[in-house]
Design a protein around this ligand. Sequence first.
Ligand SMILES: Cc1cc2nc3c(=O)[nH]c(=O)nc-3n(C[C@H](O)[C@H](O)[C@H](O)COP(=O)(O)O)c2cc1C
Length: 324
Amino acid sequence: MIAALPLWGHPELDGRRSAGRLNDETPFCCKDPHWEVIGPFVGEGIGLETEEQCFIGCYVKWDKHAAGCAQFKLKRRAGGIPMKITVFNGSPRGRRSNSHRIVEPFLEGCRQGGAEVEEVFLVEKNIEHCRGCFHCWTETPGVCVLKDDMTELMRVFLESDVVGMATPVYGMYMTALLKNFTDRFLPLATPHIRKNEDGTFYHDGRVSRMPQQFMIANSGFPGEHNFDLLKAVAAMQGAVLEVYRNCGEALQDMDDPQAPLYDRLVEYGQALRDAGREMAVEGQVSASTQERLNMELMSDEEYMAGANEHWDARLEGQDTDSAD
Ligand SMILES: Cc1cc2nc3c(=O)[nH]c(=O)nc-3n(C[C@H](O)[C@H](O)[C@H](O)COP(=O)(O)O)c2cc1C
């Protein structure tokens, strides 16, 4: 069945070092046991040619300072695996969260695009705080001294081709749950400090292949400024997609066909599904879909009025149907 093949692969490709973008002349060999490079992309468009052969978009980092997007004609070796897309949901509300209301249709689209998907609810996991002991750099390189669910989650992270971090905005940033989770990635770095040409600093990584990352955030306020810090994080990660949903509490009405905003929310859900499918098939989300993801759900005034009414009702003990 052709549809079972991923259009976005994750082979490790060894390219000629280059200061610029990869081009059709760049020779590659593929270390991935699932894929074999049989030629450069020659512009026929993205799509399967035969059951065994397809064009695959690959994001390749070939040195510290240059990275590029290129497509290759790959042949699937026997036993090839589908692309894996994982989202780590950092909301304390877990399965009842607005974050999940964004992630669910997105991953549904990814699945429709042929990807294997998983949403991990961090609130359901046992993740201790990083102790800052640096044993993972010295005594047990690459291995944390803490024995908790992070061992398994690190495996899920590294086995994924694309990883999303989903969070509500808490104090203009991410939740403590998600921050705690990301702190525990220290074992993936090596100790020595290196300097980039632009004056910033970094640690070399310990693994040869890191998943691409994307960011999903929703805020309780209207407006855009709530996402400023998360946008800075996403830029540092080289995020391949950023979904910032203001008026996040309006997503609670996604399952209520009687809600005045329902039709708009259905439209938003469809934009998320389309984004997921594009991510799985093409490895990126088109500008037109990104624009739909940024759609305004309602005016600031409408949202404020609805939110304040909700809080008044709760203060008076009339409304107990909340996500918390
Ligand atoms: C401790 C806390 C801090 C918050 N800080 C912000 C904030 O700085 N800006 C904002 O827009 N919303 C803030 N919110 C509101 C949440 O972002 C909002 O309720 C969101 O929709 C919850 O999403 P979730 O259901 O995915 O957890 C905060 C909520 C809590 C509980």
